[in-house]
Design a protein around this ligand. Structure first.
Ligand SMILES: CC(C)(COP(=O)(O)OP(=O)(O)OC[C@H]1O[C@@H](n2cnc3c(N)ncnc32)[C@H](O)[C@@H]1OP(=O)(O)O)[C@@H](O)C(=O)NCCC(=O)NCCS
Length: 141
């Protein structure tokens, strides 16, 4: 798995990490990697996909394989993609996170993101009520 950045390996990590929502397929990830506005940080242990357009960076997804969680990968990835986006000219970053995803919310707060909006009942959940999406944003200095 080390340093593997193939769409198949990234999709396997995405599927292992996201247990509450539909995982992205290798084809979907390949399409994103082929998009000139989308940038990958990390590898199949832990990765982030970020779309950067007109000075705005959007975190599309971030996932650490369960075998490697709680080892600092997520925090380092956040710092890496934000640094790279700022170097490419981004001045603002935003992301969406499910209201019930306490781990990710804690990580984003620690990385300087603040709540700017709520999309009600945005994420469907299997056999449960849909969950709100929290829209979070931060500026780059
Ligand atoms: C969110 C995610 C990427 C974090 O990755 P990670 O590599 O485990 O992150 P880190 O080891 O850098 O931990 C960063 C912080 O997140 C929080 N955190 C991570 N795992 C946690 C856990 N099991 N319980 C509580 N807090 C946790 C802590 O605040 C931690 O900081 P600390 O270790 O200094 O206390 C990972 O949990 C994941 O892939 N989750 C499933 C996918 C997902 O929800 N992605 C975000 C969608 S918006």
């Amino acid at each position: 798995m080390t340093e593997d950045t193939t769409p198949e390996a990234l999709a396997a990590t995405h599927a292992a990490a996201f247990t509450q929502s539909r995982p992205w397929t290798a084809a979907e990830i390949a399409d994103l990697l082929a998009d000139r506005f989308t940038h990958l940080s990390g590898d199949a242990r832990a990765f982030a996909l970020v779309r950067e357009i007109a000075g705005e960076a959007e975190l599309l997804t971030i996932a650490t394989h369960p075998d490697h969680q709680r080892q600092g990968h997520g925090r380092r990835l956040m710092e890496t993609w934000m640094r790279k986006a700022a170097q490419r000219g981004a001045t603002t970053a935003f992301l969406e996170v499910a209201e019930d995803n306490a781990v990710a919310r804690t990580l984003y707060l620690a990385c300087g993101f603040g709540l700017v909006g709520i999309r009600k009942a945005y994420y469907p959940r299997p056999k449960a009520a849909a969950v709100d999406a929290l829209l979070m944003k931060r500026q780059f200095p």
